[in-house]
Design a protein around this ligand. Sequence first.
Ligand code: 2RA
Length: 334
Amino acid sequence: KNMNVAIVGATGAVGVEILSCLETRNFPLASLKLLASKRSAGKQVAFRGQTLTVEELTPESFAGVDLALFSAGGDISRQFAPIAAAAGCVVVDNSSAFRQDPDVPLVVPEINPEAAFDHPRNIIANPNCTTIITLMALYPLHLQFGLKTVIASSYQAVSGSGQQGIAELEGQVRAIVDGHPVESKVYPKQIAFNLIPQIDNFADNGYTKEELKMLNEGRKIMSLPELNVTCTCVRVPVYRSHSISVVAQFYKPVDLELARKAFDGKPGIALMDDPATRTWPTPLDSTNGDTCYVGRMRRDLAVDNALNLWVVGDQVRKGAALNAVQIAELLASR
Ligand code: 2RA
């Protein structure tokens, strides 16, 4: 069914990638509307050999729209997603605004596709990028061994902060190479050649909201209310892909050879793992691609009945834009 689609936040890092996914995946479009702030209105954007003009987002923008893909921050989603939904539009929202709402499904198409069709508020939430990428590796293992506990550390690309994050890293590297003073606006300290152990705000328990997303979203997406997750999320000077180091403990006895086969035939995830040939995935291997990669898989030495593994994935694509478009494809398929 050809759909009338709108992209809210069309000029942002994720919005641009959503457009690319719609184009390369030949999404069944009846029409496409690009919506952004007043500042971006009027911009010309190439799409399928045509030129589209970015329009200013207003409450009236959703008339005649079947599906709206939002990636313009939580405030815009909280204000406009209910307006779009009330206009009869189904919203796929990339922000964290509705993810924990019991009436809003939180969907990774490879994990819980059926949840996408139960959206009483006409809103479907796209999970956080780090959650999506980590679960792409953990879910096949969960099916084999029953996931119990996750201990993770993430190494998150600056694209997670949008175009401004990418620009800050590039600007700082250039300044350092040229011997010019370094400016930090997006992050509290220099990110170039550095690591920042805070992503999003702190909660009362000393964790950041980013770290609690892995716990809360993991439980909801896999319907595992007993799942235990502890996570440290770190910003690293990488442009586009997130990497996560994971210790995953299971209920059923773990078998490494069986675990290595768990990804066979699973779309969107692949093993890249052979220590003998120094084969393991890096952020540059997943950047601009649709596939998440798993490597360094081994039985954990400290935690019983657990696997230790390394996962990488493109934060802008599978972490955000591609996952949202795949949800849209699920809806278009019915
Ligand atoms: C980040 N996951 O990386 C958050 C939002 N994209 O900043």
